[in-house]
Design a protein around this ligand. Structure first.
Ligand SMILES: [Zn+2]
Length: 432
């Protein structure tokens, strides 16, 4: 990863980070009258800080360095508009989007992101770079045949944990929000805890919860990625737990909290018409390119089901991938369903394993009706047919010892945060 990218983290964000660090330090020193004092606010590091003078200066310096070929994405911007403004032929964008079919990276363009647009000496467009966060950049580089090559680079990252505590007053949602959890973290937490208890019926004022949230860092900078490491909910005489382990959530005994994954995204099994292949000869373009999913030969209108519990993270319409839906399964797992005819679930909504989320179709660039299904583990596409997915209901026997270690570590983090001398943050040196 280049040095340049790291510097895209703005001065203002660094200040926010320093403030956050100070608050962490202060929080550990304050004797706690009640648990909520240990609560840490979630700071919105990805906020648009274009009003900020220092940010503008930094951006201006970078822009000059990159020959004015840097574009800060504003609300309402899309690639067609940006390419037009820069005088880049639409055919180049089509070629880029064609490559993007197997990645869907450019569909995530959001205000505040930065794009790099580079030209060759003769003025021809050469490369598009998407700076996604402080640790990640994606480039689309023009090849001799006019196609574009996708490359993703990720800087070294690590995770730090924060402990959020609260008491139920009113709904879990409001109490968790007061404790500093984000919308996504609340949705996941209530889904994970909701398997063992009925939130409306079983929760009482005064019930206590603890959430260990990890924040991804690169160097001293926050990338904006977070994850829920562990949860506890203490009711009168019972405590419910969820621990993230190897990208899936388990209770204190190593039993899966969420239902095991389904292998197939349809009620019936269908013929595989094209397999997962990192280097496929594409049937339409006749070029070698990866096929990051499995194609099933299904008629248009076939019900598509979510292979696991989760939250609808994205719903989109890509020029080549067609109508698609992406489900975030909470831990390491994400699934995508492409070329759909109709999408039946809304962005942000919760879905359960086996729920009908769409009807298959033939949208985008496609050789005929089929369902393209992808499984991603930690952001990387894997073969859904052969991948090691948690279809079991418990931690595997060979992993039990390390699960028990991890559980004890997480319990200690939760417990220590309750004492004045305890650790408020803990760097997770172990990766699960
Ligand atoms: Zn496909």
């Amino acid at each position: 990863m280049s040095q340049t990218n790291v510097r895209f983290f703005t001065a203002r964000n660094k200040i926010l980070l320093a403030v956050a660090a100070t608050m962490l330090a202060v929080a550990t020193l304050i004797p706690t009258a009640n648990d909520t004092e240990l609560t840490l606010p979630i700071l919105n590091f990805s906020s648009d800080s274009s009003e900020d003078g220092s940010d503008n200066e930094a951006a201006a310096a970078l822009a000059a360095e990159l020959n004015d070929n840097l574009w800060q994405v504003e609300p309402g911007d899309n690639l067609s508009y940006i390419f037009k403004q820069k005088g880049i032929p639409a055919t180049e964008l089509h070629q880029i989007m064609l490559t993007d079919t197997e990645y869907l990276d450019l569909e995530t363009l959001q205000p505040g992101m930065r794009l790099g647009l580079e030209f060759a000496d003769n003025g021809d467009f050469h490369q598009l770079t998407l700076y996604r966060d402080a640790a990640r950049q994606i480039t689309y580089t023009r090849q001799e045949d006019g196609s574009y090559q996708h490359q993703a680079e990720t800087a070294e990252t690590y995770w730090i944990s924060e402990v959020h505590r609260g008491q139920i007053e009113g709904s879990f949602y409001l109490s968790a929000r007061d404790a500093g959890l984000s919308e996504g973290q609340i949705a996941l937490s209530s889904q994970l805890l909701g398997y063992k208890l009925n939130f409306r019926r079983d929760l009482r004022a005064g019930d206590r919860f603890t959430a260990v949230i990890s924040r991804e860092m690169t160097g001293n900078e926050i990338t904006g990625q977070t994850r829920v490491e562990s949860l506890s909910l203490q009711r009168r005489n019972q405590t419910h737990y969820a621990f993230r382990f190897k990208g899936h959530y388990y209770d204190e005994n190593g039993k899966s909290v969420t239902p095991a994954f389904l292998r197939w995204p349809t009620q019936k099994r269908y013929r595989v018409s094209s397999s997962f292949n990192k280097n496929r000869l594409h049937p339409v373009t006749k070029r070698r390119s990866p096929h990051h999913g499995v194609d099933f030969a299904v008629m248009t209108g076939t019900p598509v089901i979510s292979t696991g519990d989760g939250i609808v993270r994205r719903v989109g319409n890509h020029p080549y991938a067609g109508k698609y839906i992406e489900i975030d399964h909470g831990g390491s797992y994400t699934t995508r369903y492409l070329h759909l005819n109709k999408i039946l679930a809304k962005r942000g909504s919760r879905v359960n394993r086996g729920d009908k989320i769409a009807l298959s179709g033939n949208t985008g660039r496609s050789t005929g009706p089929h369902l393209h299904f992808e499984l991603h583990i930690d952001g990387k596409p894997v073969n859904p047919v052969t991948a090691d997915i948690p279809t079991d209901a418990a931690v595997k026997r060979k992993d039990l010892a390390s699960f028990n270690d991890w559980r004890e570590h997480q319990l200690a983090v939760m417990r220590d945060a309750a004492s004045t001398s305890g650790l408020q943050t803990a760097q997770n040196t172990r990766q699960f």
